[in-house]
Design a protein around this ligand. Sequence first.
Ligand SMILES: [Zn+2]
Length: 504
Amino acid sequence: MQPLAEPALTVVKNGTVKIFPQRWVNLYNHWLENVRDWCISRQLWWGHRIPVYYCDHCHDPEKPEAKTGMIVSETEPKRCPKCGSTKLRQDDDVLDTWFSSWLWPFGTLGWPEKTEDLERFYPTQTLVTGWDIIYLWVARMIMAGLEFTGSVPFSSVVFHPMVRDEKGRKMSKSLGNSPDPVELADKYGADAMRLGIQLITPREQDVLFSEKSLDVGRKFCNKLWNASRLIYMNHKDGSNELPTERSIYDEWILSEFNELLENINRYYETFELNAIARALYDFVWHVFCDWFLEFDKLTASHSARYLLKQIIIMLHPYIPHITEEIYQKFSFGKKSIMCETWPQKVALKQETDHVSLLKALIEQVRNVRGLFNISAKDKLHAWLITPQKFQKFLESDTHIKVLKKLTGFDEITFNTEPEIKVASVILPNVQCYIELTGIDIQKEKTRLTREIASLTKRIDEIKYRLNNPQYVTKASEMVKKREAERLENFLKKKESISKAVEKL
Ligand SMILES: [Zn+2]
């Protein structure tokens, strides 16, 4: 095996074949560096029978090493070349399964004939498989490819994790712990099953399968379907193209979309399929639906249909059925979503920091409402201390409507300190005080004191790191700069919160 193993080691070392995740390279190398001869016969009665014939007259089964009367032949020989006897019998053993399988990448394409299929499909690009056959099959396909065709059979190998049950046991017939995928698809939907499993499949470890994850997939598909219907109703005459006229809310979601696309493109380079599923899930649910569609209802944005189209194209490999259905329902253009091209980044026209800040403010106000159990119906008076620029932004009809609607504020006073007891929200560049009629002041004091303690702890940690000579020499300039910025933010926040506590 040694002469076959050497070239197979080389092609992985020099990157002709790339293995993902990279840690499996070690196992691959370990196998091939310690390669042992391979017994290719099996005592089974299915498979390719070994093409070896024995002469009853001159072969001595007691001394097989003598090889006398042993004939290797592609076609059945009529008589013994040594003694001329016609009493020949073929070996009863068959070739090991992997002995046939290692020829698979080219054997299936008509090799050794130089067929059109072989020309077109060999070598191929990516092999996706389980890590348990890294030596049995993957390494052997590479060896056979190099030996018989002179080139590697594929340029990338992706090892996916193994699916185990919730207790970590291998799925097996005897344990009866393997679910029937057809039943699961009936129960949750095929798309929900695909996405649900991808969401719980980390790149490095095995998957502990649980049906709950399929329900996560099912809920996501529902969410996407409902969001699509909403967009369909609200933008019946809208365009599917990228609009030239765009609100700041359009610009904000497009910048979020750009970031998503960049991440996903990067994950595809290294086959991080789980990271892609998660990024898409989070974007669609927590950015597009939770925020953009809310903004869209209040501000008549222009890019909803365009974005929906990009989203379903990106989701299509994960949830093919529902995305095709949405694509058809919207008449998005081509015969099928499969004919679409991959999305491109959008060139942005304006800064969207104000929308990000507005969004952060709304989130924090909602947290305060939650903490004090203030009903969403209760209208509140709020005081905002903020730089002129952001005040000016908020005071426009559209943005004040968004702020009021999504926080439940009915009156907003700018840049004046309140004279009553309030709850506070502290963000960089905005301090927001919220009217607290009938609220437990002690509780609010406790919350803020706890936050000050947690900030103090984080500040101390960063200070400790930045004062540690070993860290200072090892960390990159970029990391150190980021840490210094974090420190400054925490200090600012701590000061603001301390002021807020004084107000209670
Ligand atoms: Zn013979």
